[in-house]
Design a protein. Structure first.
Length: 200
């Protein structure tokens, strides 16, 4: 396979896919593509300490030496516009193509942006990337009141973090309990009581 494996997405799944290929003895080309310009990093800490600590740095998933030492061609800052499955190639935003023999899509998910009036205002943000977390950190440092839409894990982590940092925090949830898709009602009730006890 002259073009080898191209992995689109450099989060946990993409980086582990590249590592597993090498660990399992695959010796062809491995290209790891990310639309971010950072070394791949852990995302869970972004909703916790990172957004309240101006000095916090991202935590790399692997050191830079891992990619070079494992002959993994990491290509940051590349956005893929189109997959040509028949031609086995990716069309790159801004021009250019990237050929592949095998393709792994590990792009993760994105928050659903509600189509509401005002959702495009500068103070309305979502959290998926390091850039998003930096923006939340910057905006929250200038804010006293924060409203979080969504009572899932990430929303509640941000709520607890910003409350601990001294903000007034309100969580709005569409259904009748928090963590509706994730945990049993008794656990959701306990989480709500703990958050409300802190003033959320």
């Amino acid at each position: 396979m002259k073009n080898g494996v191209v992995i689109v997405g450099a989060g946990h799944a993409g980086v582990q896919a590249a590592a597993s290929l090498r660990e399992d003895g695959y010796d062809g080309p491995v290209i790891l593509v990310s639309d971010e310009n950072e070394l791949p990093y852990h995302k869970p800490p972004l909703s916790k300490t990172f957004i309240k600590d101006q000095e916090a740095k991202p935590q790399p998933l692997r050191g830079e030496a891992f990619y070079t030492g494992s002959t993994i061609d990491y290509r940051p800052g590349i956005r893929i516009d189109r997959i040509d499955a028949g031609g086995r190639r990716l069309e790159i935003s801004g021009g250019g193509v990237l050929a592949f023999d095998r393709l792994i899509l590990a792009t993760g998910s994105r928050p659903r942006i509600l189509p509401l009036p005002g959702s495009d205002f500068s103070g309305v943000v979502s959290l998926r990337s390091l850039a998003d977390a930096r923006l939340i950190r910057e905006l929250s440092a200038q804010s006293e009141d924060v409203v979080i839409l969504g009572g899932g894990f990430i929303g509640l982590e941000i709520a607890a973090t910003l409350k601990a940092a001294g903000r007034k925090v309100t969580v709005v949830e569409a259904v009748d309990r928090l963590l509706g898709r994730a945990v049993a009602p008794v656990i959701a009730s306990h989480v709500r009581q703990r958050l409300e006890a802190t003033g959320v």
